[in-house]
Design a protein around this ligand. Structure first.
Ligand code: SF4
Length: 167
């Protein structure tokens, strides 16, 4: 994958893994997500946790915002460990972006303070290949003229787009 093709935000990788329809709705700037209490809670948690870890927030190419901690680890703090794979993929994408754009090879740390969980995440060759395929799918979904159909999942009721999909 060419580095100039990396025009995808970390949140989009996360949403694609959660639900391609969610990615599509988000990519069309539907802003319901901001109204969700859960997202507000997440933002508060983010500020508290990141102050504790003394992170440095870095905006790369006006597109990807990463929080660096210590000797160049990328920190990602989440409210819960539900949708863990989506969170891991988002963090892996940050590592991928740093490697492809800046030649930096760093490790990631996925933290879930409420569960006292901390996982180290590394970008392996296999993960890189998986991400390349996934990023192509993200681009494909974003370009669809209509959103993919709604398919009920266990976490739909907590999604900010629930009413758009099922009411
Ligand atoms: S409510 Fe469910 S189907 Fe609709 S966007 Fe959210 S996760 Fe996807």
């Amino acid at each position: 994958m060419e580095t100039e093709e990396l025009k995808i935000r970390g949140t989009e990788v996360n949403y694609f893994a959660v639900c391609p329809r969610k990615l599509w709705l988000f990519s069309k700037q539907l802003t319901m997500e901001r109204e969700s209490d859960r997202v507000l809670l997440g933002k508060l948690l983010h500020e508290e946790s990141y102050a504790r870890y003394k992170t440095r927030e870095v905006l790369l190419e006006n597109l990807v915002k990463v929080d660096l901690v210590g000797e160049g680890e990328v920190l990602e703090v989440k409210l819960s460990d539900a949708l863990e794979e989506a969170h891991r993929l988002q963090l892996l994408y940050y590592l991928f972006f740093l490697k492809k754009k800046l030649g930096l090879e760093v490790k990631g740390v996925l933290s879930v303070p409420r569960k006292m969980k901390r996982e180290e995440v590394f970008l392996t060759k296999e993960e890189e290949k998986r991400l390349e395929d996934l990023l192509k799918e993200v681009e494909r979904v974003k370009k669809l003229p209509k959103p993919p159909p709604a398919q009920k999942k266990p976490y739909c009721s907590k999604c900010a787009y629930y009413e758009l999909c099922f009411v």
